[in-house]
Design a protein around this ligand. Sequence first.
Ligand SMILES: [Fe+2]
Ligand SMILES: [Fe+2]
Length: 261
Amino acid sequence: MLTILFLGDVVGEPGRNAVIARLPQLKEQHGIDFTIVNGENAAGGRGITGKITIELLRAGVSVITTGDHVWDQKDVVAFLNFEPRLLRPVNYPAGAPGGGSIVLETAKGKLGVINVQCRTFMQPILENPFHAAEAAVTKMREETKNIVVDVHGETTSEKIALGRFLDGKVSAVIGTHTHVATADEQILPGGTAFQTDAGMTGPHNGVIGMDKTAILRRFLDGQPARFEVANGDIQMNTVLIDVDETTGRARAIERLRFRAD
Ligand SMILES: [Fe+2]
Ligand SMILES: [Fe+2]
């Protein structure tokens, strides 16, 4: 059995610190072979840097996915070309820096990760995620059947549709971006583990990881305000997936949520 830990959006320093402090223990406790973390908000809520990428990889993260915030930090462009374990959505047009998929060797065989961004209520609007994901999966299946897809999107419907579309072709489809975990973890009929959104790792006493004061001001009077990362009630929202590495089919999916402060 190939055991995979998936963490949705890691927000700011509190989120990063929770991953770095807790990951070794989690890996041991659950016999985790491979860890995927969405890092698009790891740098002060906005993007990810090369330094943070290295810190997360050193802490034991196997692959870092991203999304619409991927370009927020300037140094990420050079770093995406330098570090293949940091992904940007696969459905960027040809010529964009970095890559949207990777296959790595684990103790239990090869495992591939694909990062795709949805289009509904998302900016920028990228190429069709269904066609892009299908093409990436078809290519990857020549190498391995063990595949996890991070679907980064705002609407539950688009992510569920992608899950149904990829059912039977990949081991797991897990959503990110909303920072709120959904209670719909399941194994789809074709053997694909699915959850609409993994939720976030970071401070839960604000509004999706950011301090509530500036957010509320913007909602109340419509004035632009600079958002800062919240602090307090640090939680980790994680998804644990067991995959039969001989078939690529998921055997179990479990949602684990706990305090990390
Ligand atoms: Fe995010
Ligand atoms: Fe996002």
